[in-house]
Design a protein around this ligand. Structure first.
Ligand code: AMP
Ligand code: GLY
Length: 423
């Protein structure tokens, strides 16, 4: 079986690593990939937003299964295009992916069916948004409606900050058309967790729980990032809570989509805010989380290709997942300046020493191979992922590996997994 994975982050390296373990796979490609992925799959130089070129490649090579990593491909309708040409592809189609691509769409859907989420207003006019803010006051959360690579959300402690955030989105239009609308939300408090599930549009099959670390600095300080580290399982998601999330959030959501004629197939990811018994949905994503995907794939023992095929063929009800009982932790190593402007092209040292690491794996994100060296090429550069007999051991194992890796300006959080330890 020939498989193509689309994307170039730590998420895609973890997916490629897992897919490579499937006995069904004979050839594996990744577009565009990175230096780490290049050791496991043939790299294809096509960007995730070039839907037509990707589909033509899949047709020429006779690809049997395409796995979509990033949201951009989904929101551009890659799945619709591939399916229209008779190709098998894992991921939601364009209409289904609106759950992530439009915050207004997902908030209105949740409100309609009573899925708990922060109170909100949606605005298409800058002045109206700002006078609403002056009325409601702070703290408040301001969000661009569309995709903004995790940067379209501002958690504002003052009205001035919130007014400036709206001005940035709708006045300066720093996120382009993603800022045609803003969503203004009540601030939720509690502990966040990532709840990912496979779904074929009828059945919901949850993955193990996980938790991300969104802020750039230790103790959740500084601006939001794509994610600075993750671990699985997340003790805050008890088995009872997981069952409630399936019954009260995931199933009603895919059922409402189906009622509208939209069959959601792929990964549905609910970002949760948990406060005692109260669970709110902060956002939906239409794909695997990154970095959450890294500890999750490290722990998954089932054949990922088999599960993805069951999703496509709508026979997920017959599938169950097997997990390594050991917790896993991923520490993201990022470039100096990230999530703002950062430099690239630094030589990364220490990777060879970790090539035969037994309890972990260094997943690559923003890297590129140049002759004999691996260079930095992105904001998030590596995801150092390790398992241990306890969360404590997994954290120790991951940071021991982190200590071996270096490049000028490398930054990372030193408190990944602390919340799980504290429980
Ligand atoms: P989103 O892209 O909607 O997930 O927002 C990114 C991050 O902003 C979330 O993971 C939260 O940390 C934070 N956030 C978003 N909405 C809220 C909210 N209503 N209350 C508190 N924090 C929020
Ligand atoms: N780690 C958060 C996300 O993938 O959206």
């Amino acid at each position: 079986m020939k498989v193509l994975v689309i994307g170039s982050g730590g998420r895609e390296h973890a997916l490629v690593w897992k897919i490579r373990q499937s006995p069904q796979v004979t050839q594996l490609y990744c577009a565009p990939g990175n230096a780490g992925i290049g050791t496991l799959a043939e790299l294809v130089d096509i960007a995730p937003d070039n839907v037509v070129a990707l589909r033509q490649f899949a047709q020429q090579e006779g690809i049997d299964l395409t796995v979509v990593g990033p949201e951009i491909s989904l929101s551009l309708g890659l799945v619709d295009d591939f399916e229209a040409h008779g190709l098998r592809v894992f991921g939601p189609n364009r209409q289904a992916a609106q759950l992530e691509a439009s915050k207004a769409f997902s908030k209105e859907l949740m409100q309609q069916i009573g899925v708990p989420t922060a109170a909100f207003g949606i605005f298409t006019d800058l002045d109206e948004a700002q006078s609403y803010l002056r009325k409601t006051g702070a703290p408040v959360v301001v969000k661009a409606d569309g995709l903004a690579a995790g940067k379209g959300v501002s958690v504002c402690t003052t009205v001035e900050e919130a007014l400036a955030a709206v001005e940035k989105i709708m006045g300066e239009r720093v996120f382009g058309d993603a800022g045609n609308r803003v969503v203004i939300e009540e601030l939720l408090t509690g502990e966040e967790a990532s709840f990912l599930a496979f779904t074929d549009g009828t059945t919901v099959l949850p993955l193990a729980s996980s938790q991300d670390h969104k802020r750039i600095f230790d103790h959740d300080c500084g601006p939001n990032t794509g994610g600075m580290g993750a671990y699985s399982p997340a003790p805050v998601v008890t088995p009872e809570l997981a069952e409630r999330v399936v019954q009260e959030i995931m199933l009603p959501t895919i059922q409402e989509l189906r009622r509208r004629g939209i069959i959601y197939k792929g990964i549905l990811y609910a970002g949760l805010m948990i406060d005692g018994d109260r669970v709110n949905v902060v956002e939906f994503n239409a794909r695997f989380g990154d970095p959450e995907c890294q500890p999750l794939m490290f722990r998954l023992q089932s054949d990922l290709v088999e599960v993805m095929e069951a999703v496509i063929d709508e026979r997920l009800a017959k599938v169950s997942l097997v997990w390594d009982a050991r917790p896993a932790v991923c520490v993201v190593l990022a470039a100096e300046g990230y999530p703002g402007t950062y430099t690239t092209g630094h030589i990364i040292s220490g990777l060879e020493a970790l090539q035969s690491w037994k309890n972990g794996m260094v997943f690559h994100a923003g890297t590129v191979r140049a002759q004999d060296a691996v260079l930095t090429k992105g904001g998030r550069v590596l995801g150092v992922t390790a398992a241990g007999t306890s969360i404590h051991d997994a954290i120790a194992e991951a940071y021991t590996a982190v200590d071996k890796i270096a490049w000028p300006g490398m930054q990372y959080r030193r408190d990944i997994g602390q919340r799980a330890l504290n429980r």
